[in-house]
Design a protein around this ligand. Structure first.
Ligand SMILES: Nc1nc2c(c(=O)[nH]1)N[C@H]1C(S)=C(S)[C@@H](COP(=O)(O)O)O[C@H]1N2
Ligand SMILES: [Mo]
Length: 305
């Protein structure tokens, strides 16, 4: 007769036999064995996959990236998103790209991926004053936009998340106006740092991170990085964005990371890096000033927050 505890250990050992040989497997096993039964969150050291930013900051633990999420279509609780998004169907998936373009086109996800996926380790800063380091996979958005040939009259790019309450259950509630929409100025969208991400940690995106395709704009607050995108339109006027519709004094169109521009309800001067202790200074444009500051020459960043 095996009691519950021995049974668990035996299963872990069987798994160890199957997975032995890779460092990832060893880390995984350690984390499982160190965890209180069923807790999910393990006590062993972080699993960073060896990814670092060019400045030497290690990637955030994969578990944290995939279990501490903002994705209101599934849940308003960060821990609630992953379990509720688990069965979100993401295939087939198409992204319709139109508006002020010469060659409007609907891309199948695979066609986007064929444009060429790159790996980029970026800092990611939420407006709530926490941050992560995420090793993304993605296609530079400019590469997709060049395919559709924007007209001279196009000045902004508008993005839309899927609207399907049967697949995104919280869209039955009124917590936000649906679908979630976001926007960039065309020069921001064409900037080489701007990605349409299809994966992280070398694998396809999980639903909680915006599968199968989401925007990543590393010098802006996280809510600009709209998830599960189905439509991209080039437009002449600044498009509406979900969080500025909800609270325009708190979340502006630009939302560039800026230590000196406080949210009305909290300071943005410091931030908490998920997985490490204490607070660190927020960096102007999240540390990407050298690359992007010229986009905003002559603009008052306090007025245009
Ligand atoms: N469609 C959609 N996109 C979204 C959100 C959302 O609720 N719905 N949350 C945003 C916010 S506030 C943040 S911080 C990031 C979180 O991305 P992550 O969970 O992959 O870290 O997604 C952004 N994109
Ligand atoms: Mo956020």
């Amino acid at each position: 007769i095996t009691n519950e505890k021995d049974y668990r250990n035996r299963r872990a050992l069987l798994r160890a036999g199957i997975l032995a040989g890779t460092a990832a497997a060893t880390t995984w096993l350690y984390r499982r064995l160190a965890s209180p039964a069923g807790s999910g969150k393990e006590a062993a050291g972080p699993q960073t996959g060896g990814y670092v930013t060019p400045e030497g900051e290690p990637a955030t633990d994969l578990y944290d990236i995939t279990h501490y999420n903002n994705f209101y279509e599934f849940s308003t609780s960060k821990e609630g998103v992953a379990p509720r998004a688990e069965r979100f169907p993401t295939r087939p998936w198409t992204v319709e790209v139109g508006g002020l373009v010469h060659r409007p086109r609907t891309f199948d996800l695979e066609e986007v991926i064929r444009l060429g996926v790159e790996e980029r380790v970026y800092r990611f800063r939420c407006v709530e004053a926490w941050s992560m380091v995420i090793p993304w996979l993605g296609v530079p958005l400019g590469r997709l936009l060049s395919q559709v040939e924007p007209m001279g009259s196009a000045r902004f790019v508008a993005f839309e998340t899927l609207f399907d309450p049967t697949r995104m259950p919280n869209q039955r509630t009124q917590v936000l106006p649906w679908p979630y929409v976001e926007g960039l100025r065309l020069d921001e969208a064409l900037h080489p740092l701007t990605l349409l991400s299809t994966g992280l940690y070398g694998k396809a995106l999980l639903p909680q991170n915006g599968a199968p395709i989401r925007l990543v704009v590393p010098w802006k607050y996280g809510f600009k990085s709209i998830k599960s995108v189905v439509r991209i339109r080039l437009v002449a006027e600044q498009p509406p964005t979900t969080w500025s519709m909800v609270a325009s004094d708190e979340y502006g169109f630009y939302s560039n990371v800026h230590p000196g521009v406080s949210h009305p309800r909290w300071s943005q001067a410091r931030e908490r890096r998920i997985g490490s202790w204490g607070m660190r200074d927020t960096q102007l444009f999240n540390g990407y000033a050298e690359e992007v500051a010229s986009l905003y020459t002559g603009m008052d960043l306090r007025q245009n927050y």
